[in-house]
Design a protein around this ligand. Sequence first.
Ligand SMILES: Cc1cc2nc3c(=O)[nH]c(=O)nc-3n(C[C@H](O)[C@H](O)[C@H](O)COP(=O)(O)OP(=O)(O)OC[C@H]3O[C@@H](n4cnc5c(N)ncnc54)[C@H](O)[C@@H]3O)c2cc1C
Ligand code: HEM
Length: 375
Amino acid sequence: MTLDIRLIRESWSLVEPVADQVTLDFYSRLFAENPRIRELFPPAMDLQRDRLFGALTQVVLNLEDTEGVREYLGQLARDHRKYGVRPEHYPALGHCLIAAMRAGAHGVWQPAYDQAWAAAYDLIAEVMIQAADQDAVTAPPAWIGTVVGHEMRTPDIAVLTVEPNHPYPFRAGQYTTVQTALWPRVWRAYSIANAPRHDNRIVLHVRAIPGGWVSTALVKHTRPGDTILLGPPRGTLSLEQATTSHLVFIAGGTGLAPLKALIEESVWMPERPAIDLFYGVRRAADAYDTEALNNLRMQHRRLRIVQAVSDEPGPGYGQTAIDALEYHRIIPSGDVFVCGSQQMVRVTSDRLVRLGVPAGRIHTEYTPDAPVPVG
Ligand SMILES: Cc1cc2nc3c(=O)[nH]c(=O)nc-3n(C[C@H](O)[C@H](O)[C@H](O)COP(=O)(O)OP(=O)(O)OC[C@H]3O[C@@H](n4cnc5c(N)ncnc54)[C@H](O)[C@@H]3O)c2cc1C
Ligand code: HEM
């Protein structure tokens, strides 16, 4: 089946300006016509609305990059196994999607767009179904993780050690998704704060957001012995992205987690890169992992750690992590990894570019459907 990329893009440009309305209409149709499918989705659907369109935009904009699109859809399909999605669900979704687009672009929609989209959707569904089938040979749809450690490091931040019930293959720098028994069908992303270990355990740094469903459940209502569900590992952050041997890591809050995993990994490398870690917290008491960082520094002679405290006065205080980098007159000549809240990553990346760091050397977790970790 061949794709008519021109027709797909032409019709997409008609739908994109009314994406919100089309998405709403799409879900109304999907759930009205298929009440059983509603049971797969979480009670509140606001995030998912943007994500489905985000994913489709990603696919439509990159249709020529067949390999890239297949890889992206493959990861999405592996992740969809944990939702309980089955091959027979795909046609219903495709049908409602095309009907909603047709209604959204009422008056300018052409019959040829229907055919072009039906072909494109069939192809997307085929790639996703195949990838899910292939994944099912070696991996469960989700892992049951037993919480074997739960340490409150600050009143809001807990460090959880979790033991998955099957081997959990991931790369340092990736994140997992978590569902707790308190919030069925609600999944949230958490960075894995360690490099892969022989004991198959993973460590998560979780900050409870006021009113936050999953973070509060994990920090305040989870104890050793409890179980949570883990989705497959995701994300692209990796030391392999680095092209130089002097690395600068800039972390804000629990954005430390994936960078700590990369530092742990670097300790085992035959030629360790030099790493300057600038770690920003609001108050000194928010620095929840100082002892572990000091241990890593003992193991890695070329690791330097500078802590910045933004919201307290005092000598060396009043600085964010990027302020501290400038204060120490470091002009990064190599790769820079940035993790923290969405705003922290944006502000830091802008300042790095102004300092002359090429955008291609700034690495941060980016998935089209997800913001970066919270601060
Ligand atoms: C790739 C990735 C990695 C992540 N890694 C981590 C991690 O290592 N540690 C960690 O603690 N979190 C991490 N997060 C954030 C995490 O996924 C959740 O978004 C966060 O825990 C809030 O979820 P919740 O269910 O508790 O809050 P929700 O119930 O989703 O939100 C409740 C309310 O709080 C608001 N809110 C959501 N986030 C914030 C915020 N950061 N600050 C203020 N208000 C907010 C929402 O808008 C909403 O109004 C990561 C996110 C991504 C995308
Ligand atoms: C064209 C094919 C599809 C695309 C592009 C797509 C895209 C997405 C995206 C981007 C997400 C956000 C979470 C993630 O990244 O994993 C998501 C979540 C989800 N999808 Fe799909 N999806 C597709 C097909 C389906 C089908 C056929 C079903 C089953 C009816 C389904 C059910 C779900 C559910 C239940 C969620 C979780 C919602 C949430 O947590 O808020 N998807 N999908």
